[in-house]
Design a protein around this ligand. Structure first.
Ligand code: SAH
Ligand code: SF4
Ligand code: F3S
Length: 466
């Protein structure tokens, strides 16, 4: 089998870095240090992309600021997952007319998942004339060229052609944290869950070569990073598009074998592709965090089929049971959608009973939001909004009790935590399972792993002592 994934050539990337150089020279000749502001919506994929956008901006001579006010470049890196996410972006985009009026040099860009939808691009063209450029996730690596064109040709620029997507290695990346790092191992999604927009806006699954991922991880660990999160929409199908014969469990093991004191976690796992081999690999390596985000979406097999999830309730429960049997301290989290078209009261109760059976540490709960162009958007949906809200509230109430109960169970336990920062006058730390712990202690401990005894718990966080 040959490699299907297209990797951007080093020459093409070099050309982009050439644009950065020209932009930097321009600002230099004006004896100005321009400011750039990047606002991120959505998931970790977007956060990682924003780090790349900031990297390219710094390469182009910009200093990063934390407000749109007075910024020479504003980039809105957007999310299209639910209607609410899009409405927020349109609202905030409207407000940028004022920041631009006060600072006419300001150039405004919209990118990310919303930019992958034609109807959004059309709306920006027509109704948001203050936006200077739009680029979809496929074109992120060409941002220097877009910025160059907007600055020097004064043209509104759109890089939004639909394409299967590619991989750009070696983009500069301005990482938010010195201790924790995102590592994208793959891009895109092939699953086409019937409610989801992601495959349409992020293109087909593309895996990075294992050697590229490993060399990035090695560099990060050498530079002092202690917590790596491997990213992909469905990390368990890693490598299926490559000829290297390395699956996700193999990749995890290869990363865990890098010498050093660090932890690895990953998200997101699709239950269909989560294998016993993966769980055994996690269980066998002390460096792989015993944390699993395994979205189930619904507790009803009928609804799961309508969602095109390719597993049923029983298969999901079996996998969870196996994972817990080999990792008794596993911290399990998940995503769930309430009010999928046609979900009946009984089917909703199946979701409740699944939650009660599995007992997640925490849950991300969503009310179904129709996304134009996806199959679920045109399915019959007789349930009222009020009824969906009622189900949602009930689900949250059930989960909050479970979270609280699980958190109380932590009290008295001593766990090795990564001390990762401060919040007001407390230190913050993360358990192996990714739970937040607040404690008192000296700031010199930041960046170290230390045993912490848990002394208190609430629904959302823990308190502890060294
Ligand atoms: N690739 C990940 C999910 C990414 S989107 C996975 O499959 O696990 C994050 C979550 O948003 C999904 O798990 C789902 O619960 C929710 N979501 C996606 N589309 C949605 C929609 N149209 N309405 C409501 N929630 C949605
Ligand atoms: Fe969306 Fe499904 Fe892909 Fe997750 S696996 S990104 S929910 S289509
Ligand atoms: Fe949103 Fe795109 Fe992530 S739609 S959830 S930012 S992949």
């Amino acid at each position: 089998m040959s490699t299907k994934t297209t990797v951007i050539s080093p020459e093409a990337l070099q050309q982009q870095l050439g644009f950065c150089e020209q932009i930097k020279d321009y600002w230099h000749s004006q004896t100005l240090t321009p400011l750039a502001y990047v606002e991120t919506y959505g998931c970790q994929q977007n956060e990682a992309d924003s780090e790349r956008i900031r990297g390219l901006l710094i390469e182009s001579g910009y200093a990063i600021t934390d407000t749109a006010e007075g910024a020479d470049v504003v980039v809105m890196n957007t999310c299209a997952i639910r209607e609410h996410a899009e409405l927020r972006v349109f609202g905030n985009l409207g407000a940028l007319t004022h920041t631009k009026r006060r600072h006419p040099r300001q150039k405004i860009f919209l990118c990310g998942c919303m930019a992958g939808q034609e109807k959004v691009v059309e709306r920006i063209k027509k109704s948001y004339p203050h936006v200077d450029g739009v680029f979809s996730t496929h074109h992120l690596w060409q941002f220097p060229e877009i910025l160059h064109r907007v600055l020097f040709a004064g043209k509104r620029t759109y890089f939004t052609q639909d394409e299967p997507g590619s991989i750009a290695e070696g983009l500069p990346q301005q990482r938010d944290s010195k201790l924790k790092a995102w590592v994208s191992i793959m891009y895109g999604c092939n699953n086409f869950c019937t409610y989801c927009i992601v495959p349409y806006v992020r293109g087909r699954e593309r895996s990075r070569k294992a050697e590229d991922i490993l060399s990035e991880c090695r560099q990060l660990i050498e530079s002092g990073v202690k917590d790596l999160t491997l990213l992909g929409q469905n990390v368990n199908s890693y490598g299926k598009d490559l000829s290297q014969n390395i699956d996700f469990a193999d990749l995890l093991k290869m990363i865990a074998d890098i010498p050093g004191d660090f932890r690895i976690r990953f998200m997101t796992s699709h239950p269909r592709d989560a294998s016993k081999k993966l769980f055994d690999t996690m269980a066998a390596s002390p460096k792989i965090a015993k944390q699993l985000h395994l979205p189930f979406q619904s507790g009803s097999s009928r609804v799961l089929k309508a969602m095109n999830r390719h597993y049923d309730r029983e298969a999901y429960l079996e996998k969870v049971q196996y994972a817990k049997s080999v990792m008794p301290d596993l911290v399990l989290t998940s995503d769930v959608i309430v009010g999928f078209p046609g979900e009946t009261e009984e089917e909703f109760e199946e979701t409740i009973s699944l939650i009660e059976t599995v007992r997640y540490d925490s849950l991300f709960t969503f009310i179904f939001s129709p996304r134009a162009g996806t199959p679920a958007a045109s399915m019959d949906d007789p349930t009222t909004k009020e009824e969906k809200n009622r189900r949602f509230d009930r689900l949250c109430a059930v989960q909050n009790l479970i979270s609280e109960d699980i958190h109380k169970g932590y009290i008295g336990k001593t766990m090795v935590c990564l001390i990762d920062g401060t919040d007001k006058d407390m230190l913050t730390a993360r358990t192996e399972g990714g739970r937040l712990v607040r404690l008192t202690g000296d700031e010199s401990l930041i960046g170290t792993f230390a045993p912490v005894t848990i002394t208190g718990a609430s629904t959302w966080s823990l308190t502890g002592e060294l």
